[in-house]
Design a protein around this ligand. Structure first.
Ligand SMILES: *Cc1c(COP(=O)(O)O)cnc(C)c1O
Length: 487
């Protein structure tokens, strides 16, 4: 017979792991009510509350991790922490960095995924979830112009992982010995190409996969901040003449800083001539494939070997939900192949054999549920509205004497004020943004454009209305005067 204490250790009280039904129902209802209240009042909070790091750490340390506690009090404490010390990306006047107010369907889907906790490494463990993701990848591939029968790819944690996948696939395709012997075995240094305006995850990716950061050749942009095809071709030729091995070019369809749309067709022509793979990083603006009217802005995506589209940006599902999309199932299988004795395998493609992740969360559900609720046309209308808001903001800024310094139809506006021209202009625009952030009524940021600091405002939340744009505009005028007086 086991002793009492052995009994306890073999059969610990499981209430903490799974409270009784009544407590579960009460806690879940409480959380929903709290979230609803937060949704209603976030507008009254400072978009970016000031945070004292020492005070915050003290509050975090105060959560007792040693002894069992009451979930409702800890939950309340932690929701308080989130409310007090988070940039409220769900605020309608968050004009920020592509972090959306999430769709309600997406929030519900993420909760359902957490509860079912399907394991998507192999098809046989989560057939329903894997098929949902396959359908979505095929759907977005087809909307981008790929042959639906050939579309391959996977959901990723985000754009950075999708872009890493693009590099690994392109290396595997371009250099047959890379898979077994690595980059060291190659006679020449592989190089890849993106614009100086591209997302610099490329540097981390090159570092991580052993190419080295210098393998990323950042090609100067043209006068519209787009990757210049002629300069790309010249750089590729020069590198090849110097003994390097160019293998991949990246077009960014909607750059992070300025929303520039690289000319995909012309870049595809260069890649054809120079025998390079082409990846289109459309992490943010790739959502436009859902709109028949706006899709042409992205260029002929079907000419790219692979694509990155983030659903957690313009499609407004909760983070993280990236997509890597290509037409080379065989190449992916070659890149991520592995054999184990312990993984169950089946006749159908297993996700862990064509992507970098092993254990996989059901990322696609929040996109499926959102699309099913909003509809492709609903999403198209949402993006068309954002485009119109961006246009309205550009017009207002122009009328009020600001100078728009980026060149894009997308709802991302970078601007400066001639009032601050001359020495100290960068500092003045930095101060202006700090002034607005400090007041807490709106959030926008700075960005470097053509070696100048500009103010950057991106229509990011589906909760943003015309009234919010009016407030932004007032805030800009107010801050401009305040900073102007101080100078
Ligand atoms: C956001 C972004 C990325 C990185 O994506 P994450 O989802 O943040 O990993 C890559 N490229 C572009 C153009 C982006 O805007």
């Amino acid at each position: 017979m086991p002793t009492d204490s052995a009994e306890r250790s073999l059969h610990p009280d499981r209430d903490g792991l799974n409270p009784p039904a009544e407590a579960r129902a009460r806690l879940a209802a409480q959380l929903l009510a709290d979230l609803d209240m937060h949704h209603a009042r976030v507008e009254d909070l400072p978009v970016a509350p000031p945070v004292d790091p020492a005070d915050l750490r003290t509050r975090v340390e105060a959560v007792d991790l040693e002894t069992p506690g009451e979930l409702d009090t800890t939950l309340a404490t932690c929701l308080g922490l989130l409310a007090d010390a988070t940039v409220h990306t769900t605020h309608p006047r968050y004009f920020g960095l592509f972090n959306p107010t999430p769709t309600f369907a997406g929030v519900l889907a993420d909760a359902a995924v957490a509860a079912y906790n399907p394991q998507l490494a192999v098809w046989s463990h989560a057939p329903a979830a894997v098929e949902v993701e396959r359908r979505l990848i095929r759907y977005f591939g087809a909307r981008a112009g790929y042959d639906p029968g050939r579309v391959a790819g996977s959901f990723t944690t985000g754009g950075a992982e999708a872009n890493l996948t693009a590099v690994l696939l392109a290396l595997t395709r371009a250099f047959p010995s890379y898979a077994e012997h690595g980059l060291r075995a190659l006679p020449a240094q592989p190089t890849l190409y993106a614009s100086t305006e591209s997302h610099l995850a490329w540097l981390k990716i090159a570092h991580a996969c052993g190419l080295g950061r210098e393998a990323v050749r950042l090609v100067p942009h043209d006068d519209r901040l787009r990757l210049d095809p002629d300069r790309l071709e010249a750089q590729v030729a020069a590198d090849r003449a110097a003994g390097d091995a160019p293998f991949l070019a990246i077009a960014t369809a909607g750059t992070t800083g300025c929303g520039a749309l690289d000319p995909v067709e012309q870049l595809a022509d260069v890649c054809d001539r120079q025998r390079l793979a082409l990846h289109v990083d459309a992490a943010w603006a790739g959502a436009l494939v859902l709109s028949d009217e706006l899709r042409p802005l992205l260029g002929e995506l079907a000419r790219a070997d692979s694509l990155t589209i983030d659903a957690h940006k313009w499609l407004s599902v909760p983070m993280g939900a990236g997509m890597f999309i290509c037409q080379d199932a065989q190449g992916l299988a070659e890149t991520f192949r592995v054999q184990t004795s312990y993984m169950p395998s089946g006749e159908v493609d297993d996700p862990y054999l064509h992507s970098i992740q092993w254990s996989r969360r059901f990322i696609g559900f929040k996109l499926l549920l959102s699309l099913a609720m909003i509809g492709r046309n609903g999403y198209a209308a949402h993006m068309e509205r954002d485009m119109a808001s961006g246009e309205a903001l550009r017009e207002w800024l122009g009328r009020a004497g600001w100078r728009v310094v980026n060149d894009t139809p997308l709802p991302l506006v970078c601007f400066t004020h001639p009032h601050f021209d001359g020495p100290g202009a960068d500092e003045a625009h930095t101060q202006l943004v700090a002034e607005i952030q400090g007041r807490g009524t709106a959030w926008l940021s700075t960005v470097r454009v053509r070696d100048q600091t500009a103010v950057r405002a991106c229509i990011t939340s589906h909760r943003t209305t015309e009234a919010d744009l009016d407030i932004l505009v007032e805030e800009l005028e107010l801050a401009r005067r305040t900073v102007g007086v101080r100078r």
